[in-house]
Design a protein around this ligand. Structure first.
Ligand code: SAM
Length: 279
């Protein structure tokens, strides 16, 4: 039995909306994510939210090792029974956002990938948690809400803080799209699998902490000109923020969503130069 509705019923359970439980019930969708997620039989995979184990099983058949972190302990009997034949699977019960990926992956912390159909309400938090970790995955293959997927691949003109943050760490592409019908229960939204190939070194030249300080400040006020949002976010006068933009070669009247990563980096270098000159 692999149908999630039947499995849950057989174990006396039902899907928990509060935990974002929309289980994959289309075997083709499961295979598709697993085939994008695992590129070689030697890979170690971190899965987030195995649910009733459909993707976990497909990953276990392809990868050397699968570590799956699940918050809902009531799924234990299902996962135990379904995954018993796979000696390469470990289930860790807990909140992924409170787990250190290095500790979870142990010996594979320096070389692992992520493949998951995650709870949509914490997609951005999961991305931040993993990409900002000292033990970053090499690649992430994640099913998410289409709208969020589109944000991750956005280009200057439509950038958000999430776009800038993710593109600082990884090359993002939409690898597959799915309708609500591949899930039980059906979500209200369309979904996409995003593949993120994590850079060994960032694509732009700026210290990470300063880059994010400046980007966060730049996006701190919606639909404002850069000089205003930067001024308020960095706690400096608007004129000073405008001068900073000019030093970085950027028109202070531009809107934050139009800047390229290289321009955020130029702003970060200008801000770093200014802060160190003031010391
Ligand atoms: N991977 C399964 C599938 O594709 O059928 C289930 C996907 S369902 C969208 C999300 C899963 O993440 C659920 O099993 C849910 O219990 C689990 N989950 C929710 N919040 C979590 C958290 N903070 N940490 C780990 N797992 C979580």
């Amino acid at each position: 039995m692999t149908n999630p509705r039947e499995m849950l019923t057989a174990y006396g359970l039902s899907p928990k909306k509060a935990l974002g439980q929309n289980f994959l019930h289309d075997p083709n969708a499961v295979e598709k994510i697993a085939s994008i997620g695992v590129q070689s039989a030697d890979e170690a995979v971190l899965e987030i939210g195995p649910g009733v184990g459909a993707l976990t099983e497909a990953l276990a058949k392809r990868a050397r090792r699968v570590v799956a972190v699940e918050l809902d302990e009531s799924l234990t009997p299902i996962l135990h029974d379904r995954l018993k034949p796979y000696a390469n699977v470990e289930i860790v019960y807990g909140d992924i956002l409170k787990q250190d990926p290095a500790a979870v992956m142990g010996a594979d912390a320096k070389n692992y990938v992520v493949a998951a159909n995650v709870p949509y309400y914490i997609t951005s938090a999961i991305l931040r948690h993993l990409l900002e970790s000292s033990a970053k995955p090499r690649r992430l293959t994640i099913m998410m809400q289409m709208e969020v997927a589109e944000k991750l691949i956005a280009k200057p003109g439509d950038m958000s803080l999430l776009t800038v943050s993710v593109q600082y760490y990884a090359k993002a592409q939409i690898a597959a799209k799915f309708p609500p019908a591949v899930f039980f229960p059906r979500p209200d939204v369309y979904s996409a699998v995003v593949r993120l190939d994590v850079f060994e070194t960032p694509p732009v030249d700026a210290p990470e902490a300063v880059f994010f300080q400046v980007a966060r400040a730049g996006f701190s006020q919606k639909r404002k000109q850069l000089k205003n949002s930067l001024g308020s976010g960095l706690h400096i006068e608007t004129a000073e923020a405008a001068a900073l933009c000019i030093t970085a070669g950027i028109d202070p009247q531009r809107r934050p969503e139009t800047l390229t990563l290289a321009e955020w980096a130029a702003l970060a270098r200008a801000w770093e130069g200014k802060s160190s000159a003031a010391i």
